[in-house]
Design a protein around this ligand. Sequence first.
Ligand code: EPS
Length: 344
Amino acid sequence: MQVFRFLTAGESHGKCLTAIIEGIPAGFEINPAFINEELKRRQTGYGRGGRMKIESDTIEITSGVRFGKTLGSPVTLVIQNKDFENWQKIMSINPDDYTDEKSFTKCRPGHADYAGSIKYNHKDLRNVLERSSARKTAIEVAVGAVAKQIIAQVCDIKCSSKILQIGNAKDNFETEIDIAREEGDTLGGKFEIMFENLPVGLGSYVHWDRMLDGKIAQAVMSVPAIKSVSIGNHHAYKMRGSEFHDEMFLEDGKIIRKTNNAGGIEGGMSNGENIIITAVMKPIPTLRKTLNTVDLKTMTEAQSHFERSDVCAVEACTVVAEARIACILADEVLMKFVKDSFEK
Ligand code: EPS
């Protein structure tokens, strides 16, 4: 069962990105300014490329909200792609406008190009790139910003994150990124996300698909370029039970813990401690330096396609992962505490 559900649509250089969110009860305050702040966070960060200079992502809410509050009907969100102005002909839906300008057939290893071309029988890898691009994460962040407002209103749940490492650098990330940029290369990294003020009992142990940690892991793994996700202390494999498990004590009649190695989840349920997630993002696969690959049209060895790209998008990725987790928590919180309408 799922309450907070959404689908997104839109190509990277298409007209706009859209999301329809279903399942939000009536009465929630939705502040578009907060959504725009989150969109801005996704766009900033050291190492972003040329596209971010073109876009200034802004949300338009076209349904489901009236006088600042949700109506209980589907909420539709739209972000216009400013770059569409330069791509109208290339992205046209009219067959008479056909052009092979911006078509390419030299796969980028690490991107969706190769498998996507085989799966959907696309000869032009542009047809794969347009939807597989991380551009679509803009609208996902907007959906997450709605979810964050819901979990804040129901339970006062708050979210924060920090970058732990970029490439080999544990601090001084900018120098590491500058060096990679000069060398025409890209970088990934590692980050941590924390959610605070969780009630006990979100998720469940009764079925595999109701486990909160399983849902969070799936949500974070589906962020482009994420290669691993862990919850709590990721050194668990080398710790003893007596060291790892978070012992329980009583303080003024309240159960307290002095450690949080479990990362706020035990038995597939929130245990009231902060939920702590660590994730690893691989380096972006669109490199100025290029990589050895195959040209799928000529079936000869070639150098991978390059147009423009970010050098490092770990900061943006962190914002997207926060958004994804917020959607899972919104679903759980609505299921547990709110039915058709909400009142503070
Ligand atoms: C992105 C938009 C894209 C890329 C980037 C993320 O825009 P464009 O392709 O026009 O430069 O900058 O996407 C990737 C690096 C990728 O590999 O998909 C964005 O809005 O975040």
